[in-house]
Design a protein around this ligand. Structure first.
Ligand code: HEM
Length: 415
């Protein structure tokens, strides 16, 4: 879809350079002339918002790393030192810790947008799968980063999560010791987690480039799900969507800044302001909010290995989604029955999140089991069956028709 044709430099030096390495032409084709469906709504601005937050995390992270010390005797104090002594250190740290939450909030909206409008369906399967890889890398980065302040939650989260691997027979124990670099979470663990916390976002960056590349090969989906006719249905990305994305980023910043400046510790756990202590286990070990649905799935199963497999299965099922939904219609706008199930699934996901924050006992365990069963039933039973039998409502012939029909100009739409 993207060609370089429309970029013709007038400046001689630029032209000389372009003839040898056409990067400006590539950037122009990708971010200026890129034909974008004219009916994209605000749910399509979250890719841009995510890109913005990736940059925020990398920039604030690099500066934090200049002051942070990955040593078990100094890590906690160096984090306090950043908050109290480093110029604008409090700002850097709160931008970074709340930035992680905003990044996940945005990615969840981005994923649910994809689920609703069928953006995972052909020809966007690879784009979607790269997205799932990005999501897994984001989780790895979030987990590794949370360990670094070396508070009680950091230490015990690291202990619980690394210990999960011990559930695998034979190889389990050696893997855990290899992850720890010893026989318990300690100095070697902290050091390697710091190293990987720096590395993973750079990998993330590589996958984001692949993601956007794949997007530019197949083009955007749109709210109707109908394939675009290039000339009548699209607009150049700039200025139409650069403006819309910028507006959305600023609106999203308001939520971000509300946390950073008014409630910077709202999303964290108070126990993480207690230095790590291997001899005192906190009463409830709770991960960050964005891991809670998976934590609920993990604890829903009485068997440790079963829980671990189910938790990874909950991610893996997302990767095969393009082959589970066989409906010809992409957008749920034209699939009333599946739309209903989509909203039940959304409620189920939120319920799992809430259950993940509760103690694993009594009614919470029962509810977690039901919600976990529904999570898998949604993807493995409901989606394939409904997509096979539901007859979608008539779809517009083109997105131009859909836009004009909505604005009441139906006659023009038909002509
Ligand atoms: C760092 C994280 C990510 C970044 C920076 C990113 C970036 C983008 C951008 C810029 C777009 C085009 C604009 C838009 O549709 O919003 C996009 C589209 C898309 N992304 Fe992502 N993305 C990320 C994570 C994910 C994840 C985790 C998934 C799914 C698991 C995903 C799936 C998709 C799909 C399917 C599209 C095509 C949407 C359509 O045209 O309907 N992305 N992404």
């Amino acid at each position: 879809m993207s060609g370089h044709a429309s970029f013709e430099p007038t400046n001689k030096i630029v032209k000389w350079f372009e003839d040898r390495l056409p990067v400006l032409g590539l950037a122009h084709a990708s971010f200026v002339a890129f034909p974008t469906p004219r009916n994209l709504n605000y749910w399509w601005t979250f890719g841009g918002i995510l890109f913005f937050f990736l940059l925020v995390q990398i920039i604030t992270g690099i500066i934090l790393a200049m002051h942070y010390v990955p040593h078990e005797a100094l890590a906690f104090d160096s984090t306090e030192h950043i908050l109290r002594d480093v110029n604008y250190g409090w700002l850097l740290r709160y931008l970074h810790s709340n930035g992680a939450s905003m990044f996940f909030l945005a990615v969840y909206i981005h994923i649910f947008r994809g689920l609703y409008y069928g953006s995972f369906k052909g020809p966007r399967e690879i784009l979607w799968i790269i997205g799932v890889v990005i999501y897994v890398l984001m989780m790895a980065a979030g987990f590794l980063g949370y360990v670094l302040p070396w508070g009680q939650m950091s230490f015990w989260a690291a202990t619980v999560i690394t210990n999960l691997f011990s559930a695998f027979p034979i190889v389990g124990e050696p893997i855990v010791q290899w992850l720890w670099g010893g026989f318990s979470v300690g100095q070697p663990t902290l050091n390697r987690f710091f190293s990987f916390h720096y590395l993973v976002p750079l990998l993330l960056y590589v996958f984001v480039i692949l993601h956007v590349w794949a997007l530019h090969v197949v083009g955007n989906n749109n709210p109707t799900g109908v394939s675009v006719k290039k000339d009548q249905d699209t607009l150049p990305f700039h200025p139409y969507y650069t403006i819309k994305d910028s507006y959305a980023i600023v609106a999203f910043l308001l939520i971000y800044f509300w946390f950073v400046f008014f409630n910077p510790n709202q999303l964290g756990h108070p126990d993480n302001y207690i230095p790590a202590d291997a001899l005192v286990t906190p009463p409830h070990i709770v991960p960050e909010w964005y891991f809670l649905p998976f934590y609920a799935i993990l604890r829903a199963v009485p068997d440790k290995l079963g829980g671990v497999l189910l938790m990874f299965g909950a991610l893996a099922v997302l990767a095969v989604l393009p082959w589970l939904d066989r409906s010809k219609a992409r957008s749920l706008t034209y699939r009333p029955l599946m739309k209903g199930f989509f909203w039940i699934f959304a409620v189920d996901a939120v319920l799992l999140g809430w259950l993940g924050s509760q103690p694993a006992e009594g009614i919470f365990v029962t509810l977690s089991r039901l919600a976990t069963a529904y999570y898998f039933a949604h993807f493995l039973i409901i989606l394939p069956l409904v997509s096979k039998f539901e007859v979608p409502r008539p779809r517009p012939a083109s997105i131009m028709d859909a836009v004009l029909e909505k604005s009441g100009d139906a006659d023009e739409a038909k002509s």
